[in-house]
Design a binder for this molecule. Sequence first.
Ligand code: SAM
Length: 273
Amino acid sequence: MSLALTSNDYQAIHDFLESQAGIRLGTGKEYLVTSRLGRLLPHLGLSGYSELAGRLNGFGNGALQTAVIDAMTTNETFWFRDIAHFRVLIDGLVAEARPQRLRIWSAAASTGQEAYTTAISLQDGMQSGRVPRGMRYEIVGTDISPTAVDEAKGATYCGVAAARGLSDDQRHRYFRDRGGCIEVLPKYREGVDFRTFNLLKPFDSLGRFDVVFCRNVLIYFSQERKRDIVARIARCLNPGGHLFLGSTESMSGNEDLFEMRSIAGGLVYRVRD
Ligand SMILES: C[S@@+](CC[C@H](N)C(=O)[O-])C[C@H]1O[C@@H](n2cnc3c(N)ncnc32)[C@H](O)[C@@H]1O
């Protein structure tokens, strides 16, 4: 019985994550495995990494697999991240199309800040007349991490998550106090829903969208997976739909499917007809 992480254990955990979640740890990331999975071992009743590695690919180990993926995801996010994207949405896309309805997908929603920032931006836009007042919207937030999705559904943020990206004024306007933590006001939770979903799975069950935010998740995937996911996003967009990527992410070989647009001070990709 050994608690040490051998190179074989690391390789097995690495390969499991890549095949089931698309996440590529790369070489030399043993510290990530030990820091994130070390504390899980006793909870899972496992004697060490070798037993974990041995069980990961076995049948009937769904709960173990989910727990490992959950622990190994990097859920970093914050309020109004890449704020230019929200200006593009309100002052570019909505201003030019004046839609009656908008269906939006936050495709790696993490703990929900991206989806709620979108709702806040739309509501503020309605208040100021930049978004049609009667416009209906639905925001679907999905993430592979059940823990992140639970936090997103709870809409209550503490510590750094209650501070990062927010001014004092925004904290007072969009949230209410919950014993030192902050909770998103009901007005900004309406029309926002979260569920667990793995981007490696077919998107059919999600329906079609006018706008997709797929930001800061493709960075973890191989070139082939990036290309495949971006191509499948193109197919789940309504005609004329738009895709936002993270600031360090690109079309990954799908330039023929999308046209890059620079509007309202930011970049967005429009699916070609
Ligand atoms: C760094 S966060 C980005 C959050 C948000 N989009 C943003 O830009 O602030 C990346 C998220 O992608 C999720 N993720 C990783 N692999 C995934 C997969 N195969 N399917 C769905 N979500 C995944 C992680 O759980 C994590 O919450």
